[in-house]
Design a protein around this ligand. Sequence first.
Ligand SMILES: Cc1cc2nc3c(=O)[nH]c(=O)nc-3n(C[C@H](O)[C@H](O)[C@H](O)COP(=O)(O)OP(=O)(O)OC[C@H]3O[C@@H](n4cnc5c(N)ncnc54)[C@H](O)[C@@H]3O)c2cc1C
Length: 528
Amino acid sequence: MTRTPDNILDSGGVLIVGAGLAGLFAALKLKEPVTLLSAASLGSGASSAWAQGGIAAALGADDSPELHARDTEAAGAGIVDPKIARLIASEAAARIDDLAHLGVPFDRDADDRFVLGREAAHSKHRIVRVTGDRAGAEIMAALVRAVKATPRIRVIEGLVAFELALEAGRVAGVYAHRIADKTSPVLVRADATIFALGGVGGLFEVTTNPPQARGQGLGMAARAGALTADPEFVQFHPTAIAVGRDPAPLATEALRGEGALLVNDSDERFMTAVHADAELAPRDVVARGIFRELRAGRKVFLDARAAIGATFPAAFPTVFAYCIAEGIDPRIDLIPVAPAAHYHMGGIAVDENARTSLPGLWAIGECASTGAHGANRLASNSLLEAVVFGARAAIDVADIQHRAARAVAPSTIADAPPSALAIATLRKTMTLNVGLERNADDLEAAIATIARLENAGAGDPDLRNMTATATLIATAALRRTESRGGHFRSDFPAADPEMAKRTFITLAEARRVTKGAARAKLPLRAVV
Ligand SMILES: Cc1cc2nc3c(=O)[nH]c(=O)nc-3n(C[C@H](O)[C@H](O)[C@H](O)COP(=O)(O)OP(=O)(O)OC[C@H]3O[C@@H](n4cnc5c(N)ncnc54)[C@H](O)[C@@H]3O)c2cc1C
């Protein structure tokens, strides 16, 4: 149904959509008035608040931004943009300083120096933490306090953005609806729009991400014609706590760093047969090792009893609380685990100032693809990228001229929310056919299922954003006929040196592949 927005709000110039770390930090860095729009109440509905590890920054005496950049490139499996890796590594110290000034209580030693932790694939101790595993919660709490105390930041909660507003080819804000009422769209008009809309984990059946992370930002931008980058690269966290909760709580990698072991229900340490580094192998290798055990019908557990034991509650309070809530005492019990969709390396393609290919639109945080992560993100680099690019976007939009609000074209919005069955089918399809192990038949089946769901639910803009993002992920995965980083093709298990480059793709290009795949064959493993 086509409706003219009942309400037009003027952002006063700059509009930030999404209030995780990237959005809050950009708002605080801006000097001019800004409107900050969030679907959930401030501080909730954001992956940022759930981060357990911390932020990577080369602050140790034996470390340097160059070493950090090299580790970032090595983790990214050949397709990290070296310039961007050096940019985030070299701006890390200044951004940590900013966060400390905003009140983030980073862990410090007796000499007031940052306590630096170590995580997989980092060659040095360089993770700044807060109270063990509470980094995300404490960083977000400090920033929410700072935003609430800053009068030039106007916060609008409970509005879900569903479509970009365009005026003569330029982004002029977003259309949004209230959470419970999709029938009265609101246009929030802006001269500069910054997307900080988070990731895509919720497009998969098992995920560590909050329900708001369903690829809405990438989908909206792609539907408006934005160039996207590396959408096929999704990182699966090896050890979500498998207790049937959606989203699945995370058992941080640091547990394995402290010596916790992975065992199956025959009490075998199966990872020793998979990789020389066993439990500390790269994230994607461990995730696939667990996936294969589960697929073979075995259960997988994290055994922290000997390595962490009695120190668990103090060392890992968040994970301890998750376990206890499920009746598991990790000091004496095994923790059941399974891989879960966790982080999107791909996103809206941006340059080093966070500009997208659409005039008037910037993108920061997980919804953007800067080239920093390549095919696999180095642990704790995503919060870093969020603050580095949040600050850069804030500087870049500063010189925009405010123009008076103009009439804009009406938007299309459905009367009903997308069917729960359509979303469940989409998530199941993504996990089964576009997950940890992919092949051409499964990907073509997924593409056909996504297209069918999109056609059936064509009226609903939220579903259209999800299916647009799913189409980009599945299509780019089909086109990448090799295995690299987070993308594993069982029909092409080796890396192809010819394909050691980033993917750049628009939704229109993806749809051409989609049509070809649909014509090529009927779904082999369509889930409904
Ligand atoms: C469990 C977990 C642990 C992690 N641990 C770490 C770690 O230790 N270190 C690290 O570097 N990274 C970690 N990550 C990754 C990191 O947390 C994220 O990449 C990062 O927080 C993304 O920040 P963001 O601001 O881009 O998105 P988010 O923090 O997800 O914020 C997105 C915002 O957009 C809003 N939103 C979404 N859709 C809409 C819409 N349609 N309309 C309006 N608003 C909308 C959401 O409500 C939210 O406010 C972890 C992730 C998870 C899930």
